[in-house]
Write a protein that binds this ligand. Sequence first.
Ligand code: NAD
Length: 463
Amino acid sequence: MTQVRNPLTGKPDHVLCPPSAAHLASAAAGLREAAAAWRATDRGPALTRLAQAIATDDALLEALVADTGRTGESLLERQIVAGLIHRWVAQAPALLAAPDDAPASLPGIVVGGEAVPYELVGVISPWNLPLLLGMIDAVPALAAGCAVIVKPSEVTPRFIEPLMRLVPEEVPLLLVEGDGTTGAEMVPLVDALVFTGSVPTGRKVAQAAARAFVPAFLELGGKDPAIVLEGADLDRTASAILWGATANAGQSCQSIERIYVERSVHDEFVDLLAAKAGAVGLTCEGGPIGPIIAADQVEVIERHLADAVERGARVHTGGVVEEHGGGLWCRPTVLSGVDHSMLVMTEETFGPLLPVMPVADADEAVAMANDSAYGLSAAVFAADETGARAVAARLQVGAVSVNDASLTALVHEGEKNSFKLSGLGGSRMGKASIQRFVRRRSYLVNRSQGADPWWHNTEKGEN
Ligand code: NAD
């Protein structure tokens, strides 16, 4: 029996209830059966009802708050998920419509086609944004006509039950509780899989998916850099970076986790950032910074902090994990005097740490930003957009916020691929993302009349 810890009290208050392997297999079979009717129906009305229910349901919100210990981000998750359902309902039909028949390069041949949804899509998701990351891929898959089974993290399972109560009967969506065992059991049961989580688990999932011959789209970790060049509005930049590094207490893949500042403005920037960071309180004191959701993450944050301090980093704000009422918090922690010998500059921290390193110029900033195993996203701040975009174009990442930070958290329209260890597969964002859940079938029709076309003349050896 696995007990689930409450992030605000540190005490267990939920017992994980995973399905048996047999139950999971029969649930997957049931979803497959439901998929045919779902594919044939107008899916918009049922999905719209789901969006409306999610947007207003208090039980769902309460469970999400219990899962994560924070309220502001939970409200935002609920709002973003409702919004994304409405967006996919509006966009999916046109994006998946059969193309008009068109003449091929071969005379007399016409090419048509259609999108054929996978029958059953699997989603395995992490604990940091449980509702959003459970649904961000499930929704376009449902809109494409697939049935979907979701296995959220064992750290945050409480939202599953109230969410399932909101799913209209005709929508073939099932969320199940469970840990890595359930996740692993799910892989061979589905036709396509989206995994969001850490690189080590992503590797295991990709290997299991390859064995099962299931395409796997991997959305993995990040170590997002921000580059601040001379001429940038330092006050605005400090506010943007502080937001990008501390939203959800830094527990987001696209959090700003390292900051490179041109030497001429470095000291002024660190002072500004430290002044702003020092004024941001914890939710237990009425501020915006929520608790560390997963107890295991505390060890990572403390290890990165201790390593940085031991190697000579200076702590301007925060710097320790604090316990309040059994929950564990970390204040926004501005560090200077850091370099790439430190874990805090090279490994994913997943906490509200803001290490700032001086660089000589844009070239060195780009070299440092690219000196990473990860390639999720980045931010560039400069005097003008042209200069910032020229730097952005040199970064080995899939999305760059220009004169702002972490915009991919809020803006899902831009298509992006993960570079390096941050992931594999088609874009999760933008219009292309729905194409991950369908295969394309072409119809190649010979409409010519009369004499055989030349490629039928096998006996003359002309082909
Ligand atoms: P994790 O890898 O520990 O777990 C993720 C999910 O995988 C959980 O549901 C877990 O139960 C499941 N799992 C574990 N072992 C499995 C196995 N063998 N087979 C199948 N499923 C298995 O990740 P986490 O700690 O929950 O999440 C934090 C990580 O997620 C961070 O690295 C973060 O950067 C990453 N993340 C990435 C994105 C993105 O969009 N790229 C978004 C959010 C989080």
